[in-house]
Design a protein around this ligand. Structure first.
Ligand code: PGA
Length: 254
């Protein structure tokens, strides 16, 4: 039996009305399905407290989508890890490709954020993955190594203890074109063995999720792969019906 982590990344989506409807549906249908695996919801920062109030007694954890590299001070528009911790956040997504590409976050910035998240005892969900061109050029492993190495460089040999890695091939995110589950299995195995080589952690204690166009039709084949330990879900996490279907599939298989 494997423990599975299902994370909803709502990105820049949601409203007061959406949140009310989402949790009304989840509370009505879900109690037995939420116990077995770890379910995390990462709404936009402005809705974190609203979601926090809704997940009370529900076996759902609160996640954030980003932090600043500073803890406090004159940094207009930012949120710090201390503030997120203060309001009940337990997990923080870091290194998502949308932040790497649209907000120009470098491996160095991502390593700093990863370090801060761990320093304040929250759990980072580190996103890594290749572009379509990288894949065509056979560069997937090289890109992944580079992304992992920058974390090792900053944090040393215990970098990946109490962390989650989300392998998200960029070409599969939001496109409806998920990766092939067997290919993902091979890449997850590679990620685990690479980390095990340089970190004190054992491969079986490393959690690697897959993200990229997961839905209730393709979820089963991914869950069945031994080294896929969870999902990071964008579009399909915005509908409580669809999200719950995926949770139920994981519940029945794991
Ligand atoms: P998607 O997004 O499920 O919409 O492809 C995944 C992600 O970006 O985390």
């Amino acid at each position: 039996m494997k423990k599975f982590f299902i994370i909803a990344n709502w990105k820049l989506n949601g409203s007061k009305k959406m949140i009310a409807n989402f949790f009304k549906h989840l509370k009505f249908h879900s109690s037995t399905y939420l116990k077995k695996n770890t379910i995390i919801i990462a709404p936009p920062t402005i809705y974190l407290e609203r979601v926090y109030k809704n997940i009370n007694n529900m076996n759902i954890m609160l996640g954030a989508q980003n932090i600043d590299i500073n803890l406090q001070g004159a940094f207009t528009g930012e949120n710090s890890v201390l503030m997120l911790q203060d309001i009940g956040v337990k997990y923080v997504i870091v290194g998502h490709s949308e932040r790497r590409l649209l907000h120009y976050e470098t491996d160095d910035i991502i390593a700093k954020k990863f370090h801060l998240i761990k320093k304040f005892n929250l759990i980072p969900i580190l996103c890594i993955g290749e572009t379509e061109i990288d894949k065509k050029n056979g560069q997937t492993q090289t890109i992944i190594k580079k992304q992992l190495n920058s974390i090792f460089k900053k944090l040393g040999k215990s970098a990946f203890k109490n962390t989650i890695i989300a392998y998200e091939p960029i070409w599969a995110i939001g496109t409806g074109l998920s990766a092939n589950p067997e290919d993902v299995q091979c890449i997850h195995k590679f990620i685990k063995s690479y980390i095990e080589k340089y970190d004190l952690i054992n491969a079986e204690d490393i959690t690697v999720q897959y993200g990229g166009s997961i839905n209730h039709c393709n979820a089963k084949k991914f869950i069945e792969q031994p080294d896929i330990n969870g999902f990071l879900i964008g579009n399909s996490s915005l509908s409580s019906e669809e999200f719950l279907k995926i949770i139920r599939i994981a519940h029945d298989i794991t």
